[in-house]
Ligand binder design. Sequence first.
Ligand code: PFF
Length: 460
Amino acid sequence: MCKFFCTFAADFENDVYENQCMSKTSFSSKVGLIMAAAGSAVGLGNIWKFPYIAGENGGGAFLIVYLICVLLFGMPLIMTEFLIGKRSGKGAYGAFRELNGNNRWQWLSWGYMMTALMIMGFYFVVTGWCFNYLAEAAVNRFAGMDMQALTDNFHNVVSNKPRMLGFCLLPLVLTSAVLLFEVNKGIERLCKILMPLLLLLMMLMAGRVLMLDGSNEGMQFFFQTDFSKITPKVVMEAMGQSFFSLSIGMGALITYGAYMPKTQNVAISSIQVVVLDTLVALLAGLIIFPAVFAFGFNPAEGPELVFVVLPAILGKMSFAWFSSVLFFSLLCIAALTSTISLMEVAVAFLREASANSKHPLSRGQSVLITAGIVALLIVVCVFAGSVFDSFDKLTACVMMPLGALGMSLFVGWFMPNQKNMIKGEVGTIKRWFKKIYIILLRFIVPTSILIIFLNNLGML
Ligand code: PFF
């Protein structure tokens, strides 16, 4: 822990140096990269999805499997994505060609592009819910509402499709606007201020919730592990959630890795991102579950859990109006820093794929084309709830794990000059760390993903 914070402090000091050596499309500092990557990782997956999936899958039982997945899959895969991006200096489309010297592994980047588009389809819809809740918090609409009224309110929000569409397109416009600028301008500066603020506010909320009568039961639900509840389904969900929450298996961190300052350490950066993301997920659980039990709510309520429970908690805090507006603003921003990274995958893909054609696309054109496609997907997801659900499940439980499997096979087994690259990027902290990384990447990650898949398909 001490090393974690010391490295952060040192990184702040080194910012000046990095500023001097930065290339045009790099983040201007190490902290900038960490905050942007943590901004991508920390989002609705931590605050909205994690508590409701944990609630549906046994609380503590899910938590323990989730943490194991973060260590076994999350850590090595984040390192792998950063390594691919940093070494190639390219987003997913160009990276595999650059590192392999031919197009043989480029199909993976098409899969990443598809995954990014599908995630954006449903992610913007949930971001739209957050913007709607921010607008409602601003006019103090939740004041005096009980749980039933808050539940009804959520259903009204979701079923009012035209209004919803407006609220979903708003973040799409904002995300596109940020992406028109280079990464070291908008996103880096934004994340450096907002991520610490989000953490602080969540800690305050957790403190308030733990003082509620009956919160103990929620703590027990979240931390007590009943091993009999660990089923193949729970393992599959936990694996999917760890991929989704850490933004791995679809090229987002490859794309950010390409903007990594050259002197930045891949292994340490990965540890920092994992710690921050896990901290926020744990805080979200510490806020939601004690409150759920204190208010006599069902933890397995599903996607509406957060949208009903959070306004109720915020209403009980001092400066209720201010706290609600601040919290939903931060939730919107956490979502936006994730949509920015999702969309950047597609934007970088289009630019790289068109680079050698007669009409190479500019950043602006790529942003516009991506925004057009995503707008269509949003319309589909708003009007067809089943598409929304299947995009959500399919990406987290199938496409991201498969994307990660492909990536681990490439770097672990097939990438030319792999030993030197791994030594140069991961082996710089400790030799044993590099050894563990290689064992995880070559053996544990691919075999575990395959076993979990085959098991869930009933083939084992
Ligand atoms: N990690 C984000 C979250 O937890 O909300 C979701 C996400 C963002 C997934 C970016 C993938 C990605 F590329």
